[in-house]
Design a protein around this ligand. Structure first.
Ligand code: C2E
Ligand code: MG
Ligand code: MG
Ligand code: MG
Length: 281
């Protein structure tokens, strides 16, 4: 830990390189210690059915409590853990927290779908699906209530291993979502090669809906392609304006997520929201 220092700068935390210039944030002992000290906090962002306007579930998004108690966003530590090949400890910890929360909320009368993010590095472990199944079983969570979010980088996996992984995940009943679709230069061929339960359209595309006619055309037809290809449902992330929402509804996008509806919030706040919604209906 003494190699790592957080510096507060313009309201943001930055990792500071010490001594030999190496970042040593990512050792397995360090991440396990941080987990033991409850340094990671899981927030939830509601996901909405654009047809009914109701909450259908939430995405778990991890934050890290820094020295001063401030929460550090994942983009400041996830890439380092990936590079140091220790990200699986965090991904599985978040997944376990999600299962724990599911059980807790179910005991209070509300069952909701929850999704969490997985690095390709984590999914490359040969026994990963068995581990996920074991954790879900520990808390009595049906696999159907759990979504595994992966990004296109999964495509870099060895094809035979990747096909086996996708097959095992769907055999167990987990939902698999392709995250950040349309960011950078997405390749449509991944949709023909792999079968996803849902495609999550990246917020950069959603953002451009307001200003860019080309983006509107791409979004509209990409959602159509997903549907026709294999009945895959669409979710749009980063919805911030009512105008974006209007267009997405017009394109028959099934689900949405974004600041327009709600920002990521604590587990307690999300559960209160679920309870409130249940009373309202
Ligand atoms: P992601 O999975 O694509 O998550 C969406 C990100 O967009 C989240 O940022 C969320 O807070 C943000 N967001 C949601 N709605 C809006 C909106 O309307 N406008 C804007 N501008 N942003 C919005 P966050 O929480 O900082 O997470 C960043 C990334 O960190 C995630 O991107 C995901 O790739 C990664 N991440 C988060 N938790 C985990 C985890 O447990 N494991 C791994 N491997 N990665 C994680
Ligand atoms: Mg995600
Ligand atoms: Mg995303
Ligand atoms: Mg994203």
């Amino acid at each position: 830990a003494d190699d790592l220092m957080y510096a507060e700068k313009q309201g943001y935390y930055h990792y500071v390189l010490r001594g030999d210039g190496r970042i040593r944030t990512g050792s397995a002992t360090e991440i396990l210690r941080d987990i033991g000290e409850h340094r990671f906090v899981v927030h939830y962002q509601p996901q909405i059915s654009l047809k009914t306007g109701r909450i259908v579930g939430a995405e778990a998004l991890v934050r890290k409590r820094g020295e001063s108690g401030r929460l550090i966003p994942p983009n400041y530590f996830v890439p380092y853990y990936e590079r140091e090949r220790v990200i699986s400890h965090l991904d599985l910890h978040v997944f376990q927290t999600v299962c724990q929360d599911f059980q807790k909320w179910k005991q209070q009368g509300i069952e909701t779908s929850l999704s969490s993010n997985f690095s390709r590095v984590t999914l490359m472990a040969p026994d990963i699906v068995e581990r996920l199944r074991r954790i879900a079983g520990l808390y009595g969570v049906p696999a159907e209530k759990l979504t595994i979010e992966v990004t296109e980088s999964i495509n870099k996996m060895e094809p035979v291993q990747l096909a086996a992984l996708m097959k095992r995940l769907s055999e167990e009943g987990f939902c698999v979502v392709l995250d950040d679709f349309g960011s950078n230069y997405s390749n449509l061929s991944i949709l023909t090669k792999l079968r996803f339960d849902k495609i999550k359209f990246d917020k950069s595309l959603v953002e451009e809906l307001d200003s860019n006619e080309q983006s509107r055309i791409i979004m509209k037809h990409a959602m159509q392609i997903c549907k026709e290809l294999s009945g895959t449902q669409s979710l749009a992330e980063g919805i911030e304006t009512v105008e974006q929402l209007r267009m997405l509804r017009q394109y028959e996008c099934e689900y949405g997520q974004g600041y327009f509806f709600a920002k990521p919030m604590t587990a307690e706040a999300f559960f209160e929201l679920l309870q409130k919604e249940q009373e309202d209906f």
